[in-house]
Design a protein around this ligand. Structure first.
Ligand code: ATP
Length: 426
């Protein structure tokens, strides 16, 4: 059977992944066999999310009625039901899961509670919603998700009494874990910006989480880390780091709240605005799109600033408030810039200067004159290839470049003779 849960936390505490890990432990104590734990990230742009829009699914063998009773009791016990915005959902189905298309819609777009109920009833799933039952959307999507590409995360949870206090995790061991296991694990620390990424600052039960290719790598990294004594830990299979939220889009027909890959040509020089946010205008035919690299993306903004009109790019990110928030970018072409310049005097080798409007150029030393300027080429500060935001600014679903460039782009980059550069930040 598959068990899905969502929407159990609030900004003041709890975390659906923790509730999922505790539920797996209770089901096992009741004699059920746990086959897998899944952490499914849904559309990062939904307004109802508490933090990272996560939902959890458990694959188990056992009595569905008993599992439903244990799951319901646990939600009553642990979910932050006092919070207005906490509306849990619990779904349990047998062999047939709700259609994968429902999960795809929840990851790349928006779903309604009625659509979730219809998907559950279509496969005769047991379901229950608390309060307005919005969590049924995530709970259904979590069990419906088809993980064509997946990664792993080991989540380590604090003792209940410690929640809300300062977390104690040895930063030296975090750096060591990154050093030893990167690129098979990622986003433990942000070396360039000297920040720890894997330890949250919110008052939830998560002590730290290590993301990586598979359970072996995340376990290896985890065992290098020293910290306060945890209460519980669990390894999840997840769609984090897979770009599952991205769909192809075309400038002029992007929808608010969805995340896209969009190709276009830079149409004006990038501009750094108030707060250090950088905006970039790209064009496709008659349509333009503003792309934003916000201040938290740190050094990534230098890549955007180095772009120039005429550069061909593919941009990836969420379309919100009529602009695309950049997560990564493929620079397809960045040709040297051609410009007119004063010629060099053939007689004395000095650079000539303008002799006045429409009067050509004149050498200030020997007075030689020449009619035409010369064309020069300025090499670029940026090379074609992929560039991404640093780990500290990365979205859960965004595929880090250490996993390679998105396969979905093969068609676009076929015309590039050189292999694509992957400019990953370690
Ligand atoms: P936690 O990680 O602890 O679960 P969260 O950040 O994931 O917190 P939730 O508290 O789960 O956020 O709130 C997200 C709510 O939005 C849930 O009720 C979920 O069912 C709903 N939801 C998620 N994705 C979509 C979507 N694509 N369309 C509509 N509703 C969605």
């Amino acid at each position: 059977m598959w068990i899905g849960i969502d929407d159990t936390d609030s900004p003041e505490g709890m975390c659906t992944t923790y509730l999922g890990a505790v539920l797996a432990r209770r089901l096992a104590e009741a004699g059920m066999q746990i086959r897998s734990l899944r952490l499914i990230r849904l559309n990062p742009n939904v307004i109802w999310k508490t933090r990272g829009n996560a939902a959890v699914a458990i694959e188990a063998e056992g009595d569905p009625d008993l599992a439903f009773a244990i799951g319901s009791d646990l939600i009553d016990e642990l979910a932050d039901l006092a919070c207005d915005r906490t509306n849990p959902g619990l779904v349990i189905c047998g062999g047939t899961r709700p259609p994968a298309s429902f999960a795809e819609q929840a990851i790349t777009g928006f779903c309604t509670i009625d659509e979730a109920i219809a998907a559950c009833e279509g496969v005769s799933a047991r379901y229950a919603g608390w309060k307005n039952g919005r969590g049924l959307i995530g709970a259904t999507a979590a069990i419906a998700a088809d993980l064509r590409d997946s990664t792993s995360e080991i989540l380590v949870y604090r003792e209940g009494a410690s929640c809300g206090t300062k977390r104690s995790v040895d930063p030296i061991t975090l750096r060591l874990a990154e050093e030893v296991t990167f690129p098979h694990t990622w986003d433990t620390v942000d070396r360039m910006n000297r920040t720890i990424v894997c330890v949250p600052h919110t008052p939830d039960p998560v002590l730290f989480g290590i993301r990586g290719e598979n359970p072996v790598w995340v376990s290896l990294a985890r065992h290098l880390i020293r910290s306060e004594t945890p209460e519980l830990e669990a390894i999840f299979e997840t769609n984090q780091g897979t770009d599952a939220h991205l769909i192809w889009g075309f400038i002029g027909s992007l929808e608010e709240g969805r995340s896209y890959l969009v190709s276009g040509t830079v149409s004006s020089s990038p501009v750094t605005g108030i707060g250090g946010h950088v905006s970039l205008l790209i064009r496709d035919g008659e349509y333009s799109l503003t792309c934003m690299a916000y201040e938290p993306t740190k050094g990534f903004r230098d890549v955007i600033r180095a772009l120039a009109p005429g550069d061909r790019v593919v941009v990836c990110g969420s379309y919100k408030d009529s602009s695309l928030n950049l997560e990564k970018i493929l620079i397809i072409t960045a040709e040297p810039i051609s410009f007119w310049d004063a010629p060099i005097c053939p007689s004395c080798g000095k650079k000539m200067t303008s002799a006045g409007a429409d009067k050509g150029y004149k050498c200030r030393l020997c007075s030689m004159r020449m009619r035409d300027p010369v064309i020069r080429r300025r090499d670029r500060m940026i090379a074609p290839g992929w560039y991404e935001v640093p780990p500290s600014a990365r979205r859960h679903l965004a595929r880090p470049l250490c996993r390679g460039a998105p396969a979905i782009l093969n068609d676009v980059v076929r015309d590039i003779s050189d292999p694509i550069n992957v400019n990953q930040q370690k």
